[in-house]
Design a protein around this ligand. Structure first.
Ligand SMILES: [Zn+2]
Length: 480
């Protein structure tokens, strides 16, 4: 078994070789959320890709140590806290909590560690790294008191993004606050405190201020995973400047190659367009749940397209996800029933030659994932297997033993997919509210209003049944 991944650094598919088989688990660093608002489904597409990567490595017998940082100090979080008139930590806390809730809804495995940038031990490390970069001539303090990385002194700068530095000089207007820099591409390692920052500041040898976003990741990654990391992931929009800067800072300090494999997830589009609040096509996980879909359905919808291909999110796609999962559920129920049948009841033995392709699950699912996580091919194989085994069961050509083997196979691939039916049905808040109102108007014998409310609940994808114990809410089986 060989696994290969597309490395953004080389722009090639490369065979995966961990840094050192004796060095312990595969180390993975994934850039986490900036907690200034609720993460949107585009963010979660990248986190689901990273989840798939970890789970597949584990299926293949690797141990994984994954770190996902939380960016809880930057321009956006500071602005948000100022506008909300609350301390920064209080402001970011709600979005951290929401992030972990949404990740759980989508069945994304928790990283082994989720360091926060404001944790003093990482701030100390950021300051140490910046000091080291200055000592090596790779950084300087400008007249504005901020400290910048000197990209001209790092010849590999631009290699990850395949970016020509001379292009940077011709990008036209220079922002006012960037006049102090030696090169327009020099990025801030330490941002000197100004009034806008309020009480958000740390002491440093260069005066009060706060770290830049890029150094946060370099410090947390190397602190928790060492000087060299096996795999670093993120969305394509992280490549430049964020990941380029991470390389420059980390390698500038350690002198060692920072990352062996850079994997980047393509964008998520909504109805073919970039997601934007101004276009009214901006969705969070709770927005999708409020339409009557489950976390499992959204997980499937975000998982099913190869990570390097832009994923177009549509409501039609959500319906398809629901239908696909319905097919899996039906198939599992059939196999379950079949696996419990006594083989002795069969009057004529199965002709094994005839039905051999459905008698034994193969390795095709895993092999597709070995090939740069080709989930579309892996799912294609799953549904082909479902069709063929269903046909064999229709024709009574599949008995208990192979049915059991297919169930075991499902159990194995489901450690990667995690698409077990929801055990707990989560009723969206809006639906609960309408149902409660309906209960109230029924006590008042307002049947007309009761019916209207039932229709509204129906439109949100839920059925209400009136039973002796009161109303029962169930998600509608068919596509909403
Ligand atoms: Zn990062």
């Amino acid at each position: 078994m060989t696994m290969r991944f597309f490395n953004t650094y080389s722009r090639k598919l490369e065979e995966f070789e961990p840094r050192d088989p004796t060095a312990g688990p595969i180390s993975i660093y994934t850039c986490g959320p900036t907690v200034y608002s609720r993460a949107h489904i585009g963010n979660f597409r990248a986190y689901i890709f990273e989840d798939l990567l970890q789970r597949h490595l584990e299926l293949r017998g690797y141990k994984v140590h994954r770190v996902m940082n939380i960016t809880d100090v930057d321009d956006k979080t500071i602005r948000g806290a100022r506008e909300a008139k609350v301390p920064l930590a209080k402001f970011t806390e709600q979005f951290k909590k929401a992030f972990f809730e949404d990740a759980e809804t989508l069945r994304i495995k928790r990283a082994d560690e989720s360091p926060a940038a404001t944790d003093q031990r990482y701030v100390d490390r950021m300051i140490d790294m910046i000091g080291e970069l200055i000592a090596r001539g790779l950084a300087y303090q400008a007249d504005d008191k901020s400290v910048y990385f000197r990209i001209n002194k790092f010849p590999n700068y631009g290699k990850l993004a395949h970016f020509d530095l001379t292009q940077l000089q011709s990008t036209g207007r220079v922002k006012h606050d960037e006049y102090d820099k030696e090169h327009i591409g020099d990025f801030a390692l330490w941002k000197a405190w100004d009034e806008e920052d309020g009480d958000v500041k740390w002491d440093s040898p260069w005066g009060p201020g706060r770290p830049g976003w890029h150094i946060e990741c370099s410090a947390m990654a190397t602190a928790l995973l060492g000087d060299q990391i096996d795999i670093h992931c993120g969305g394509v929009d992280n490549i430049f400047p964020h990941h380029e800067a991470e390389i420059a800072q980390s390698e500038g300090v350690t002198g060692k190659k920072f990352v062996r494999y850079w994997l980047h997830c393509a964008h998520l589009l909504v109805d073919g367009q970039k997601m934007a609040k101004s276009l009214g096509n901006f969705y969070t996980v709770p927005d999708i749940l409020a339409k009557g879909y489950t976390g499992r359905e959204l997980r499937y919808a975000l998982l099913r397209v190869h990570y390097r291909v832009p994923l177009n999110f549509t409501w039609e796609g959500m319906k398809e996800a629901r239908e696909s999962l319905g097919r899996i559920d039906e198939w599992l129920a059939r196999l379950q029933e079949k696996s419990q049948e006594a083989t002795a009841e069969r009057s004529t033995p199965i002709n094994r030659e005839q039905a051999s392709n459905v008698q034994h699950p193969t390795q095709k699912f895993e092999e597709a994932l070995d090939d740069d996580l080709n989930i579309s091919a892996a799912l294609g194989f799953l549904f082909e297997s479902i069709r063929e085994t269903n046909r064999a069961m229709d024709e009574d050509k599949l008995d208990a033993a192979p049915a059991k083997a297919w169930l075991d196979w499902w159990k194995r691939i489901n450690t990667v997919l995690d698409l077990e039916p929801e055990t707990k049905i989560v009723v969206p808040e809006e639906v609960t509210r309408l149902a409660e109102e309906r209960e109230k108007v029924r006590r008042e014998r307002n049947w007309k209003r009761s019916d209207e409310l039932r229709d509204q609940v129906f439109a949100l994808g839920w059925d209400i049944r009136d039973t002796k114990e009161g109303q029962k809410l169930t998600p509608r089986a068919g596509p909403g």
